[in-house]
Design a protein around this ligand. Structure first.
Ligand SMILES: [Zn+2]
Length: 188
């Protein structure tokens, strides 16, 4: 038999024993789409897709990294990629989209957050991306400073439906979870 007072003590002790800090989370999602264009190389998740038709865009038109950038900015409530890297700015012409992710990561770190995990889906009728997904995943993991198993890149086809299915362009979606250790409040 346990005295009531002991249970109260254990209950009170629990937060100190198991929750030394409060962890806060933020979630963000990004979506992007670019039409195909002649005379461009295809960049997706920081990897060049050999022999494929490229995408129109001011930068390197990497729809996957644009979606990742938007997800990061969304998670910290910092607007979107267009606000941070406007098309009208000649400094961003032909720019590697990895730079956009790095800049957004700087904003994330400045707020004390780190990436917990990220999941990216590329929507493309063609080319076939399966052989490149592991390399794309490695790029995303490195850019977001997470272990490989906390980054995922997958591809799906449009099955003939809509603009993606007709092969008019490529779209990408990304979702990221950010975490931050905060000082516990009201502890003891
Ligand atoms: Zn874009």
């Amino acid at each position: 038999m346990i005295r009531r007072g002991v249970i109260d003590d254990l209950t009170r002790a629990r937060p100190r024993l198991y929750l030394p800090a409060v962890r806060s989370f933020r979630i963000g999602q990004g979506f992007d789409v670019h039409p195909f264009a002649d005379g461009r190389r295809l960049m997706l998740a920081g990897v060049e897709v050999p022999g494929a038709r490229g995408l129109a865009g001011h930068s390197d038109a990497d729809a996957a990294l644009h979606a990742v950038t938007d997800a990061l900015l969304g998670a910290i409530g910092a607007g979107d990629i267009g606000r941070h890297f406007p098309d009208s700015d000649p400094r961003h012409a032909g720019r590697a989209s990895a730079d956009f992710v790095r800049t957004a990561m700087g904003e994330v770190r400045a707020r004390g957050y780190r990436v917990a995990n990220a999941d990216v889906t590329i929507l493309a009728e063609a080319p076939r991306l399966a052989p490149l997904l592991d390399r794309m995943r490695a790029v995303v993991a490195e850019l977001l400073d997470v272990p490989l198993d906390a980054a995922n890149v997958k591809a799906t086809r449009g099955e003939g439906l809509g603009a993606i299915g007709r092969g008019e362009g490529i779209a990408a979606q990304a979702i990221v979870l950010l975490e931050r250790d905060d000082q516990a409040v009201g502890d003891g």
